[in-house]
Write a protein that binds this ligand. Structure first.
Ligand code: UD1
Ligand code: BG6
Length: 353
């Protein structure tokens, strides 16, 4: 039931603190009698040895599920030391790409029924790869046909555009990385930090969802635009792709997720005073590189919306915050209409540089 929400997608977005908690329940263990922090994925425990011996791990999916795997890839690479590659299901089939019995093929699908992903699974089975499913729907075709797997336990997703499944998929793949990585001493500190962050995640998401109204205000500013670019890198390259996919399928607006590291190899030509560009610049290993991307976009007078960690508004703006909704929209045909949108002072500080 939709409850107080306008539609299922909105309900599912707001369910994330609970769906993420359910995804991790009984699988991430810390404190209590068991002092060590551990991960227990019941569906994989008999297969971990085989997975660790693989030549490579290949993620296969479509749309949001592919993007979730892309977000999780760095953590799996770091913790497992195994080569991790990515395949869009239809492209793997079009190319009849290489697939070997020494491969672990991980099929990511919310519904567990997507035809391209299912066909890619049949192809991987024919090629004798170990097939692992990451699915939301118990009893679905992909859950049944894979050799083993993990249910993301996010609860039914009714909205056509995937939302809560995306975050639960990433969490399951982070837990998969922890499980495959095992308890090598060299990874211990990183493992514990990841587990602590996963426990904290539902609260972080809860805080994020408090920005709902501000996001709606921002959406009102952008709804009449033709196009919206999203720049991300590192973990947030996947975020940029996923957001632009959502803008396409939900707002029916052209949007493109761009790897910020590729900016100077083509996309910079698009930057002008009118095209809105979202830059993701959170405090991670790519932060300083994103700061320089922002400077280059400013130099081209780009219309920027910077999404950053709280407290970083100054660090991601030109020098210090000096923008306003009014100056930001100078030159836009929608100028008159847009200026009427009320933006709180904190909103402007946080999002517009
Ligand atoms: C399982 C039970 C859960 C119970 C828990 C208690 C199910 C569906 N889950 O959860 O209700 O509380 O034990 O120990 O009964 N699988 C695939 N492909 C997929 C997904 C899963 O083959 O895409 C297989 C797994 O390898 C496993 C089974 O399905 O054999 C259940 O997976 P999962 O629900 O993730 O296992 P648990 O978390 O252990
Ligand atoms: C597409 C949907 O058809 O399937 C996407 O439009 C979705 O939103 C993709 O992400 C994959 O779906 P699933 O169920 O395999 O995760």
């Amino acid at each position: 039931h939709k409850g107080n929400h306008e539609h299922y997608m909105q309900k599912e977005i707001h369910e994330q603190p609970e769906s993420l908690t359910t995804t991790m329940r009984g699988r991430l263990i810390r404190g209590g009698t068991c002092k060590a922090k551990t991960v227990l994925l019941g569906g994989l425990k008999d297969h971990l040895k085989t997975i660790r011996r693989s030549w490579r791990i290949v993620f296969i999916g479509c749309g949001t599920s592919y993007n979730a795997a892309l977000a999780a890839r760095p953590i799996l690479e770091k913790l497992s030391g195994i080569l991790v590659t990515m395949e869009i299901a239809s492209d793997l089939l079009d190319r009849q790409g290489p697939m070997y019995r020494e491969d672990t093929a991980v099929f990511v699908s919310q519904s567990g029924e997507t035809a391209d992903t299912l066909h890619a699974l049949e192809y991987a089975l024919q090629n004798a790869a170990l097939c692992v499913g990451i699915t939301n729907t118990v009893g679905s075709a992909i859950a049944r046909k894979t050799h083993c797997g993990v249910h993301i336990n996010a609860g039914a997703e009714i909205g056509v555009a995937s939302t809560k499944a995306y975050t639960s998929q990433i969490v399951v793949m982070a837990m998969l990385a922890l499980a495959i990585g095992g308890d090598a001493i060299s990874n211990q500190a990183r493992r514990e930090a990841i587990i602590d962050c996963l426990f904290d995640l539902p609260n972080k998401v809860r805080d994020m969802l408090k920005l709902d109204q501000e996001m709606k205000d921002l959406a009102k500013l952008l709804i009449a635009e033709q196009s919206l670019l999203m720049f991300g890198r590192g973990y947030n390259y996947a975020t940029a792709l996923e957001r632009s996919l959502k803008v396409k399928e939900v707002a029916l607006m052209h949007s493109e997720g761009i790897l910020a590291g590729e900016m100077k190899h083509g996309p910079l030509a698009l930057v002008d005073e009118s095209l809105p560009i979202v830059v993701i610049a959170t405090r991670d290993a790519c932060f300083s590189k994103q700061q320089s991307v922002i400077q280059q976009l400013h130099a081209r007078k780009g219309r920027l919306i910077v999404m950053c960690s709280s407290g970083d508004a100054t660090a991601v703006s030109r020098q210090k915050y000096s923008g306003s909704a009014k100056t930001w929209h100078k030159g836009s045909l929608k100028c008159q209409k847009l200026q009427k949108v009320h933006l709180s002072a904190t909103f402007q500080k946080k999002w517009i540089t």
